[in-house]
Design a protein around this ligand. Structure first.
Ligand code: ASP
Length: 215
């Protein structure tokens, strides 16, 4: 049985109704309780690291997530990690983790949803299923799983706010997809390790964004 660890960080997928409207209130265990069928064929555990709307996720949170994943690698139980995360900044976290977790020896798969898991029309279940397939695939790297596609963490961009096809892969095809054969992988696009795993959690804050526009 493949061992997968779900790390919960909040986002719409974990939202429940509160007096202030939708807030990310569901724990990792709460997510797994809603999806009992996922436990068939997999050993899944969950841990909570954050409970945030992803618009509040900053480089400090990337560091916390990267350190947690490094801890899990050290523990050695998990063969793959699913990171539930809000969609608004998921691509930024995925990209940062891709560089912070150098030569990562297991799959870390970020996923979320456009509608909370508690909504009967939610895309969350499908996205977690896709993430689970990738997390249990043995293909190492940082990925985004969304709408039955697997994107490289360094290439994913959120391009739609309401459509379930929320993410696209920039300048390279998705690294994987689900169809009636199950999970398909473009092996040539997978990240290749060129040394031992290293946690690179120090980030330089002296960064300026310069936008160049015509006129
Ligand atoms: N505002 C939410 C977030 O990024 C949107 C979502 O999860 O889809 O946390």
């Amino acid at each position: 049985m493949k061992k997968v660890l779900l790390l919960a960080t909040g986002g719409t997928i974990a939202c429940t109704h509160s007096e202030e409207g939708l807030t990310p209130g569901m724990s990792g265990d709460g997510i797994l309780e809603l999806l009992p069928e996922l436990r068939e064929g997999f050993a899944i555990e969950s841990r909570d690291i954050l409970n945030l709307d992803s618009s509040n996720i900053q480089p400090e949170e990337w560091q916390r997530i990267a350190e947690k994943v490094a801890e899990l690698i050290e523990e050695g139980w998990a063969e793959g990690v699913i990171l539930t995360h809000g969609t608004d900044t998921m691509a930024y976290t995925a990209s940062a983790l891709s560089f912070m977790l150098e030569n990562i020896p297991l799959p870390v798969v970020l996923t979320g949803s456009q509608l909370p898991l508690t909504d009967p029309l939610s895309d969350g279940l499908e996205n977690i299923r896709t993430a689970l397939a990738m997390a249990a695939s043995g293909h190492s790297g940082v990925f985004v799983a969304f709408n039955r596609q697997i994107l490289l963490g360094t290439r994913a961009v959120k391009v739609r706010t309401t459509n379930f096809q929320a993410f696209e892969s920039v300048n390279v095809k998705p690294v994987g997809w689900i169809d009636s054969r199950g999970l398909n992988i473009r092996e040539g696009l997978l990240p290749k390790a060129d040394g031992p795993f290293q946690l690179r959690s120090q980030l330089c804050k002296e960064v300026v964004l310069i936008k160049l526009i015509p006129g």
